[in-house]
Design a protein around this ligand. Structure first.
Ligand code: SF4
Ligand code: SF4
Length: 384
């Protein structure tokens, strides 16, 4: 993974949007105070030297306002230099202003936002005017030099239009990150939009082919990540790595959870930053023990799977929230196996078919004739 230690800061669960499949907003949520933000920094000061990513998430993190970020970003940088802090933010961009963009830009905060495809499709899934409001924020953010990438959520409805969605991202020149509509532990009908594991697996294979067919003008980040996982034989995003003990989310009042997806659920509170608990103390709480139990469970449930080292049973939250089968791992196991098998098979076939390079031959001439394949994609990722 980029930085193994990951702190997610959730300044509020409030959000002005009303996306139909979102289970992580709460209109009555309070906003994090500067005192709580300072307590986060104090809590992390004793941590040993290592690289830490701080992701501002929500709800909608821009609701915290410019004063919050003007204080908090430099406070983290100045008081936690031994953690070489890197920042990120996940936002719908509706509240982006020149002032906020300037603050975020001066601290090099890359932004992730969400657009599900063409305007009609995005507004159908995310509510009227979502598309235009996000696009307006995008223009403000990029005018200040901020990097913005879009997550595209595929639901059981939008997957029917996958060709159109991919073409939309390609024609806009936007990097695309796929997010399948996921089951939730919250809400009355949390599976209404969920993509089935089989559909998700087929979608991943479709996107692999789309990425390979458009190597110069379509970047699908999940496909890059999945290829990297197989190639390096280690999980390079949280879903395919053991996140327990290295990822924590801090809710608006300073409560600590195993991940942003648990924020607001009292049974998943591990402690509070104002009490400055150690990581060991957090992992001894009921929530910590449940997370560690998942890791142990994967070691036995997935022990015969060829992909265990770079899948690790998938996401523990999904395993808890979904209709997991008897294996008790992430119900998207079917999809993960499908795409990992596909990438492995193609990689092996390409390696076997690769022409032997005679001594002294110019490798670049050999590569130029090569058909786009996963090995070519890997080389592009490494060169980047
Ligand atoms: S619970 Fe799932 S989403 Fe959260 S950090 Fe772990 S793998 Fe990632
Ligand atoms: S693909 Fe399935 S069986 Fe294999 S490690 Fe992942 S969750 Fe376990």
């Amino acid at each position: 993974m980029k930085n193994p230690f990951h702190v997610m800061i959730i300044p509020t669960l409030g959000c002005p949007g009303r996306c139909k499949y979102c289970w992580s907003s709460d209109v009555n949520s309070p906003k994090m105070t500067l005192a709580t933000a300072e307590a986060i920094v104090r809590w992390l000061e004793p941590l040993q030297d290592q690289r830490v990513t701080f992701t501002f998430h929500g709800g909608e993190p821009l609701l915290a306002g410019p004063e919050f970020y003007r204080e908090v970003l430099p406070m983290i940088e100045k008081r936690l230099p031994h953690l070489s802090p890197e920042f990120a933010m996940q936002t719908n961009l509706w509240l982006m202003t020149d002032e906020l963009a300037e603050i975020l830009s001066s601290h090099h905060v890359p932004l992730g936002s969400s657009i599900d495809g063409p305007k009609d499709l995005t507004d159908y899934q995310r509510g009227d005017d979502y598309f235009e409001r996000t696009l307006a924020g995008y223009r403000t953010a990029t005018a200040h030099g901020l990097l913005v990438r879009f997550i595209c959520t595929f639901t059981n409805s939008s997957v029917e239009r996958k060709e159109e969605i991919v073409e939309f991202f390609r024609s806009q020149g936007w990097g695309m990150k796929l997010h399948p509509a996921l089951p939730s532990l919250k809400g009355d009908n949390p599976n209404e939009w969920t993509l089935s594991p089989t559909e998700y697996g087929e979608l991943l294979v479709y996107l692999l082919d789309a990425a390979l067919a458009n190597p110069d003008d379509l970047e699908i980040m999940n496909i890059n990540d999945l290829c990297r996982c197989v190639f390096t034989r280690s999980g390079c995003v949280c879903t395919y790595a053991d996140c327990m003990g290295t990822t924590f989310a801090i809710g608006p009042n300073g409560d600590i959870y195993p991940c942003y997806r648990f924020v607001g659920m009292p049974e998943w509170v591990m402690g509070n930053v104002h009490d400055a608990p150690t990581v060991e103390m957090l992992m001894q709480t009921q929530a910590g023990v449940r997370m560690l139990a998942f890791k142990d469970h994967v070691d036995s449930a997935c022990k015969d799977c060829a992909h265990i080292n770079y899948c690790r049973g998938g996401c523990p939250y999904n395993a808890l929230a979904g209709d997991a089968d008897a294996s008790g791992v992430d119900p998207h196991c079917v999809a993960y196996k499908r795409i990992f098998d596909e990438i492995t098979a193609r990689m092996e076939a390409e390696m076997q078919a690769a022409p032997a390079v005679p001594a002294g031959a110019r490798v670049s001439r050999v590569r130029r004739k090569e058909k786009p394949g996963v090995m070519m994609l890997m080389r592009k990722i490494v060169e980047k």
